[in-house]
Design a protein around this ligand. Structure first.
Ligand SMILES: *Cc1c(COP(=O)(O)O)cnc(C)c1O
Length: 382
């Protein structure tokens, strides 16, 4: 919820910029702490937002890091995450990235294929070291989310399928530079109905039992991330219902007492803390459509163009006025998909009004780019 204090602050900055509400971030982390049982280890997925100011707060709250590139591992280390709290996932880790992670003795590689397992073994052998690995399992659980962010189905490129397990164990027997320490699952993102997480627990139970029967009681079980947020009502639901989320795992996950439980949450931690703040450059009245043309575009926030994602849009210069007019809210980039929202109801809007595009803390700034030689987007913290 924006107050006069925010509006005064925003007025003094050049737009566009990302605004982050650090109070909300701290409250969100506190809520996670009070909702998760003591034996749950929460890693923050850096790919959602890797800004050092935010990472420092997240690390101070006691979270580990979940990385999907060598540079994310590097960023996590620079922001003082302990190497023993850093997991490294991703279907296409390069040799350079693997070597960097080996040199820094990270907690775990989440390995996505038999081929990758062999390569990590070779690279670890060259360094006379051992790599801790978890197998990323494709559990074939549908997350019922956007197809671009569904990852746990057999047709997706991620993870190792159950029909490959026997082969994996055969291969593992001969890999002397691998410590097989865990199982990893991640079924997708922006999951709001919790049923897929229940289904994930049931599959994880079966798969864990299978490995135990084969003689592998693995110390770490990682259930990934994916908890969704309320893009429609960012003020009413500024913090996701972590209690309900963790309760599903408490109820349905049946592990051995010695097994530690890990999560990798990204969006649910950081999305509601960020807004993209922009000014209206021009109003253009068409026959059927009024356009509000902003100084921010898909170069700063690509989610609407990439996955037709919805973000709530507010004219915060006119918060006290009733919504009276519909606008297509668009950016300046030479692409028709550079549109933040169609037929958005706003008060009568003018050049210079400040527009907030809400719930943009996750997969916003990190996906910004320099198309059209646009400036690097700035950030403001409060
Ligand atoms: C993206 C990703 C996450 C975080 O997903 P959110 O939906 O942002 O919580 C966690 N683990 C892996 C392996 C990922 O790729």
């Amino acid at each position: 919820m924006f107050t006069q204090k925010h509006i005064d602050n925003f007025s003094s900055h050049e737009t566009p910029f990302y605004f982050y509400d650090l109070e909300l971030l701290k409250n969100t982390l506190q809520k996670i702490k009070t909702s998760a049982p003591k034996n749950y280890h929460i890693h923050y997925a850096l790919k959602a937002n890797a800004h050092p100011t935010l990472l420092e707060i997240i690390r101070n709250a006691g979270l580990g890091a979940d990385c999907v590139s060598g540079n994310e591992v590097k960023r996590a280390l620079e922001c003082n995450f302990k190497n023993s709290d850093i997991a490294f996932a991703g279907v296409g880790k390069s040799d350079k990235e693997i070597n960097f992670a080996l040199d820094n003795s990270i907690f775990c590689f989440n390995v996505e294929s038999v081929h990758e397992l062999k390569v990590i073994n070779e690279l670890a052998k060259n360094k006379s070291t051992k790599a801790n690995i978890a197998l990323r399992i494709n559990p074939n659980v549908d997350a019922y989310t956007h197809k671009y962010i569904t990852t746990g189905l057999e047709e997706n490129k991620f993870g190792i399928n159950p029909y490959e397990f026997d082969q994996v164990l055969d291969v593992l027997k001969n890999l002397e530079n691998i410590n097989f320490t865990g199982l990893h699952f991640h079924i997708g993102s922006q999951i709001q109905d919790l049923t897929p997480f229940k289904n994930l627990c049931l599959r994880a139970n079966e798969i864990n039992k299978w490995f135990i029967q084969k003689g592998y009681l693995l110390p770490h079980i990682n259930l990934g991330g994916g908890l969704g947020i309320d893009y429609q009502n960012p003020d009413a639901n500024s913090i996701p219902d972590f209690e309900k989320y963790f309760a599903i795992f408490k109820q349905f996950l049946e592990l051995q007492p010695s097994q530690e439980i890990h999560f990798e949450l990204g969006r649910s931690i950081i999305a509601q803390c960020g807004s993209l703040i922009s000014r209206v450059l021009y109003i253009k009245n068409g026959i059927n459509t009024n356009f509000a043309i902003l100084d921010a575009g898909m170069t700063e926030l690509i989610r609407p163009a990439l996955y037709q994602a919805y973000h709530k849009i507010e004219n915060i210069s006119k918060l006290e006025l009733p919504n009276s007019t519909k606008y297509d809210v668009v950016g300046p980039i030479c692409e028709s998909s550079d549109c933040f929202g169609k037929a958005v109801e706003m008060p009568l809007t003018e050049r210079g009004d400040i527009i907030a595009i809400r719930s943009a803390g996750a997969y916003g700034e990190v996906m910004s780019n320099h198309y059209n030689l646009r400036d690097q987007v700035k950030s403001v913290f409060m």
